[in-house]
Design a protein around this ligand. Structure first.
Ligand SMILES: Nc1ncnc2c1ncn2[C@@H]1O[C@H](COP(=O)(O)OP(=O)(O)OP(=O)(O)O)[C@@H](O)[C@H]1O
Length: 568
């Protein structure tokens, strides 16, 4: 348990370092400017020391004015350095946002379906908001912490010139700081991570309520939604309290530490000054340096919380970025327009929760065949169709398309020649045109209008002021189920695929629409291999073959009439 927690923390820190490493050039310049800033800051008390000495000696010489001017230049210059650092950090922040946004955008459609099977993806993608945590945290990690460290180091070096006692003070300071961080940071990272997990659990649950809000609205008397919220919020508060305890330990150590050091320093400074071991100018300068060191230590400790947030944010973002991408072969799926022949041999497949869903499936579907898969609920019709999309590759047995294992094909090319409708496919926020073509500009308007006539979607479009440019809202909320289904059918057919995999494609359509589409699919696409999973015996009878599934296996397969006769 301890070892695994250690590995977790180490992994978290390494991932954060990886993010920083990506911005190497900028980071070096930030450190350079931080060192310069630290040095210039320390020149200020030295200047003040000299000014005090001049004042004590009642000498108003030009050197005094020059010194004052130098101190002012120091203040201005250190300010300018800070602005430069801020500029660099701003550039890094912009890069971080765009890097994660594009990385998410690239990966989401390519995610391995099985590896995200246990997740609700929109909820998982909430982790994107952690880019803000990375942006904030990097500012602290790259500016505040190095600057504070440099000021502490240089400050102590400077103090040691006044008296060797200050060296002891410096060493003591480092030892105490080291122990505070050593004993609290690991637990700090862990508790922060836990707090964040529950934050996402609460957000996820609220999102789930929003998604199904009509359901919750209808059962308004039940308190189930509040009970679940209450449980998650309590867990979040517990985790947050544990994390705050760690922060409190750090803050209290800091306060105690400050108290002792301030007292010691003031007494020591006063004793040294009274004994004339240092003059008043040196005393004032030493006190300013001590105050600066204390300020830096405070900054250091208070930055830790944000650094924990940074570690956690990087961890959360990686929850999405580390999900494996789909497997893709390198053979282009060419020649599909002339038909796709399918051979399944002893195909078995399942999920970790349910490892033996499909078993020993063998089937032969000649190119251009029209096939209907029927079967009872949960028989495996949908899953068999999904296997033919190439989305899963850890099956046993074989799936051959035109005599090549499906895994060998380049996924993009496979999708270009396949038309797919699965139950979980939907409309997205965009124009009707984009929803049909998915941005494929090679698709002709002629093909779209032809399909609109077949699906009888043209009637619907003619009533829209903006026609094909009408923007559909998220998931086509204001569209009728039949309009959504027609768009999905057009999307599946519009690029003239050689393989059509359709799950319940016309369940929301009226008989006239259905027949028009079936007639097109069965008679006007001679080369296309079409597999439809639907308990639609009337359609099955029109197909070349029917596959009857039961409990994840093929019970019978062949000409519909023959199969039905055999079964009766
Ligand atoms: N992601 C998954 N993880 C675990 N089990 C799954 C998963 N997807 C499907 N199953 C299980 O696989 C079996 C077959 O599911 P499938 O959706 O293929 O059935 P179906 O024949 O299409 O049923 P229906 O007609 O009701 O849609 C079911 O028992 C289902 O619970």
């Amino acid at each position: 348990m301890g070892a695994s927690a250690n590995t977790g923390v180490r992994k978290t820190v390494m991932r954060t370092l990886d993010v920083i490493r990506l911005k190497k050039g900028e980071i070096y310049s930030i450190y350079f400017f931080a060192s310069m800033y630290g040095i210039i800051q320390l020149s200020i008390p030295l200047g003040i020391q000299m000014i005090v000495n001049f004042i004590q000696a009642y000498t108003f010489s030009t050197s005094l004015w020059v010194l004052i001017a130098l101190v002012l230049v120091g203040v201005l210059f250190s300010g300018a350095l800070q602005v430069t650092q801020m500029r660099i950090i701003e550039r890094i922040n912009q890069k971080i946002f765009s890097r994660y946004a594009l990385e998410f955008a690239y990966r989401i459609p390519r995610l391995d379906v099985k590896s995200v099977d246990d997740y609700y993806l929109p909820e998982l993608v909430n982790r994107f908001f952690d880019t803000i945590g990375v942006q904030k945290g990097l500012g602290k990690l790259l500016i505040d912490i190095p600057m504070a460290s440099i000021q502490i180091v240089f400050g102590i070096i400077l103090l040691s010139f006044y008296s060797s006692v200050f060296i002891v003070f410096g060493i003591l300071l480092f030892i105490i700081l080291f122990f505070i961080i050593y004993f609290t940071s690991k637990r700090g990272i862990e508790t922060n991570n836990e707090e964040s997990n529950y934050k996402y659990a609460v957000a996820g649950w609220l999102e789930e309520m929003a998604r199904a809000f009509k359901t919750f609205k209808l059962s308004v008397d039940a308190n189930m939604h509040l009970k679940e919220s209450d449980t998650l919020v309590s867990k979040y508060l517990d985790a947050r309290t544990s994390h705050f305890k760690i922060l409190l330990i750090q803050y209290w150590s800091l306060i105690g530490f400050k108290l002792i050091i301030t007292a010691t320093m003031l007494i020591m400074g006063a004793v040294l000054a009274i004994n004339n071991q240092i003059n008043i100018g040196q005393f004032v300068a030493a006190e300013i340096v001590i105050l600066m060191i204390m300020g830096s230590v405070e900054k250091f400790i208070f930055s830790l919380d944000v650094v924990y947030d940074l570690f956690t944010s990087v961890d959360k973002l990686n929850k999405v970025l580390e999900k494996p991408l789909e497997h893709s072969g390198n053979i282009p799926f060419v020649g599909a327009e002339n038909g796709v022949e399918i051979k399944l041999r002893d195909l078995s497949f399942g999920f970790p929760a349910n490892p033996k869903i499909l078993h020993n499936i063998s089937a032969y579907i000649p190119a251009g065949n029209k096939v209907c898969i029927v079967g009872s609920e949960g028989a495996g019709k949908s899953l068999l169709l999904r296997m033919l999309t190439g989305a899963y590759n850890d099956y046993t047995g074989s799936v051959l398309l035109n005599n090549v294992p499906i895994n060998n094909y380049d996924q993009r090319s496979l999708h270009q020649h396949t038309g797919i409708i699965l139950n979980d496919q939907d409309i997205f926020h965009g124009t009707v045109l984009n929803n049909i073509t998915l941005g494929n500009t090679a698709i002709s308007l002629q093909e779209i209008t032809k399909l609109a006539a077949i699906t009888q979607f043209d009637e619907y479009i003619s009533h829209l002021k903006d026609g094909y440019n009408t923007v559909l809202d998220v998931a086509g909320k204001r569209l009728s189920k039949s309009a959504i289904q027609k768009i999905l059918i057009m999307r599946a057919l519009v690029h003239k695929p050689g393989l059509l995999l359709l799950e319940n494609p016309w369940s929301a359509l009226n008989t006239e629409n259905k027949e028009s589409i079936q007639q097109h699919i069965l008679n006007e696409l001679p080369n296309a291999t079409v597999i439809v999973a639907a308990n639609d015996t009337a359609f099955a009878k029109k197909c070349d073959q029917v596959i009857i599934m039961e409990h994840g296996a093929i019970r019978a397969m062949g000409k519909t009439n023959v199969v039905l006769e055999f079964l009766s």
